[in-house]
Design a protein around this ligand. Sequence first.
Ligand SMILES: N[C@@H](CCC(=O)N[C@@H](CS)C(=O)NCC(=O)O)C(=O)O
Length: 206
Amino acid sequence: MVNYKLTYFNLRGKAEVARLLFAYAKVNYEDVRIEREQWPEIKPKMPYGQVPVLEVDGKPLAQSLAIARFLGREFGLLPESSFDQAIADELADLTQDMFFPSRAVVPMREPDEAKRNALKPKILEESIYPILNKLEDRLSKSASGWLVGDKVTWVDFVFFNFAEIMRDIYGKDYFTKYDNLKSHYRKIKEIPQIAEYLQGRPPAPL
Ligand SMILES: N[C@@H](CCC(=O)N[C@@H](CS)C(=O)NCC(=O)O)C(=O)O
């Protein structure tokens, strides 16, 4: 049996996709949630001084999307063809393009709520909606309702986590107009293992 240890802060953030994948596959892992005070001691031990880090039988793997892709491969959640696998990579990278400008409106970066609220519409219009429009269109053509091919793949979990984080940042109405994206979100939420995980998930901020 493979020994998995996931190290991150007590946040959902960049580790949550891995946690969702473990829950989906019903695979046990050690979920290490470090406190801020422990970080200075742990940071130099991480491959690139950051987390999440997944240790696989003691060997560290960094970068949240590499971790998610690896677990997707281990748990049979890759799309079928190598081209579709690349499309899954493309879609995962798109979430980063939407996260990046959103960093300006997270409370840790901008403590002034009024300033955050003033910036949000511009970020949504310029950097998020143009991409979500394309994804909505992509899903409207998907017979399965999944992002790539006819079965759930790791990138569907990346999008679920993305939608949760965006909801925390922009409020629950930011994607009201996206019916297919909303159905996709619900489809993940209703997978029995995920529903069970979400119910028992320890409370942790964005
Ligand atoms: N590209 C990396 C970014 C990792 C990252 O930004 N980690 C942050 C937490 S979300 C971190 O370790 N911050 C503490 C630090 O840099 O000292 C990934 O996707 O895993």
